[in-house]
Design a protein around this ligand. Structure first.
Ligand code: FUB
Length: 320
């Protein structure tokens, strides 16, 4: 059992990247609230982001302070949820989901000159963006992809027609034998702040090439998208939400299709599970969170890390 990396504040949804030879962590900043737990996720009432870094595994973790606050973003009404960061052409980009003034989740982008921020937000969300949990992946050819989506409180079920339908909120999932709702992927323009072309669904198939079904709660996508690449294979990983697994699927293209391969992590203490995977100095690490530091309070989480490895078949395994 690993120890929380950060103990002076609560942190969750860690997106880890190696920038300038250090590990940088871009997490959510969990806060205390009187709001009761509900399926909408109202108790996740976060309102700013900190950035953290470490020079070496096991070394001291530096808190770079608040790099973006709700008050700095004109379009946001509440709930700064799981962010991610990316680097391209000399600039650093912070992608973050939040509710707009109408209560719909959108994805914003903020730009900075350093991996430790601060980040200056665009005044409007990324045009056409929706739902939660953005993960930005910049491929070896420099092309950048934004993965996103989350069901239940993440509102992905409200976007099946391409337009926001608040009335579809309670259609948490389509009926059992129908294909599960799929995560989304968009190609980013070179400037990293707008989407190029259409937002697409990212297919997650079983070994027979069939889409996973809505009733397949142990394997279907719920939230917490992450993309990484190893030895030419694209790994798309995610949370199954109500069954609390971190799973992954592999493919030959960043746009899919992906084939389900297995679980990375069993349920942790707390309802949510969310992660990132990054290579640092020749080893691979899983960043994740649990609620051990708060004694099991679902909305007060703490970031942890564990080494992982890949077996000869390319399967992800936790290191002992
Ligand atoms: O932190 C708020 C939400 O909880 C995230 O957006 C989800 O992935 C889940 O971890």
């Amino acid at each position: 059992m690993s120890e929380p990396l950060i103990k002076h504040i609560y942190t969750a949804d860690p997106s880890a990247h190696v920038f300038e030879n250090k590990i940088y962590i871009y997490p959510s900043h969990d806060v205390e609230t009187d709001i009761q737990d509900n399926d909408n996720g109202d108790q996740y009432a976060m309102n700013d982001y900190h950035v953290f870094s470490l020079d070496k595994v096991g070394g001291e973790v530096t808190d770079h302070g608040v790099v973006l606050a709700q008050a700095d973003v004109p379009w946001v009404s509440k709930q700064l949820w799981a962010p991610d960061a990316a680097f391209k052409d000399g600039k650093y980009y912070l992608y973050f989901p939040a509710r707009d003034k109408e209560g719909a989740f959108r994805i914003g982008v903020a730009v900075g000159d350093s991996p430790q921020g601060p980040f200056q937000p665009d005044p409007e969300p990324i045009p056409g963006s929706y739902s939660i949990d953005p993960a930005c992946f910049v491929d070896d050819d420099g092309k950048a992809y934004l993965y996103f989506g989350g069901i239940w409180g993440g509102q992905l079920q409200c976007w099946t027609t391409g337009k926001y339908d608040a009335k579809a909120y309670s259609n948490m999932e389509a009926s059992g034998d129908s294909p599960a709702l799929l995560p989304r992927v968009a190609v980013l323009e070179d400037g990293m702040r707008t989407i190029n072309g259409d937002i697409k669904e990212l297919a997650i198939l079983d070994v027979d090439g069939k889409l996973l079904h809505s009733s397949d709660h142990d394997r279907r996508f719920f939230e917490a998208a992450w993309m990484h690449k190893k030895d030419g294979t694209y790994y798309f990983s995610y949370s199954t939400g109500d069954t609390h697994y971190l799973c992954y699927a592999t493919g030959d293209s960043p746009l899919g299709p992906f084939t389900y391969r297995g679980r990375i992590l069993e349920p942790v203490l707390g309802w949510t599970t969310h992660h990132s995977i990054v290579e640092f100095q020749g080893k691979w690490y899983l960043f994740y969170h649990d609620c051990s530091l708060s004694g099991g309070v679902n909305h007060l989480r703490s970031v942890k890390m564990r080494e992982i490895y890949y077996n000869d078949s390319g399967e992800i395994k936790l290191s002992p």
